[in-house]
Design a binder for this molecule. Sequence first.
Ligand SMILES: O=C1C[C@@](O)(C(=O)O)C[C@@H](O)[C@@H]1O
Length: 149
Amino acid sequence: MSQRKVLILHGPNLNLLGTRQPEIYGSETLNDINNALYEKAAVNGWNIKALQSNHEGVLIDAIHAARDDDTAAIVINPAAYTHTSVAILDALNAFEGKVIEVHLSNVHKRESFRHHSYVSLRADGVIAGLGSQGYLAALDAVIRAAERT
Ligand SMILES: O=C1C[C@@](O)(C(=O)O)C[C@@H](O)[C@@H]1O
């Protein structure tokens, strides 16, 4: 059985949360979001590793590392790489655990180039438009699914 470990991946520009277009992405910072996730995981006896990068290869390396350390699930907001990155899709396809894709904004209400996601071809679930609550919902889904098995 895989360990009670989840990797949270945040893609490019999400380090600017709180000041980046708050009317779209909200006023919470990335630290606020990660802290809420750490807290929820701890209460449920799970471990979380959270990583943000503006570099595609760093995100891919983290996905590869998750294959090796028996991580149960990846919760990923690939940000702009959602719409461009076959390489992140390929890396996720080589990961055997659960994958949940999260977007703070409802990408389907926005520009048409945001409507297509490469990552959705692999994701077990997709959450968009719930703001930071989307990450907590994703973690909840991972924990509940593991408890059912
Ligand atoms: O950077 C982002 C953030 C985003 O993934 C979101 O969380 O709503 C949506 C993407 O289209 C955008 O490039």
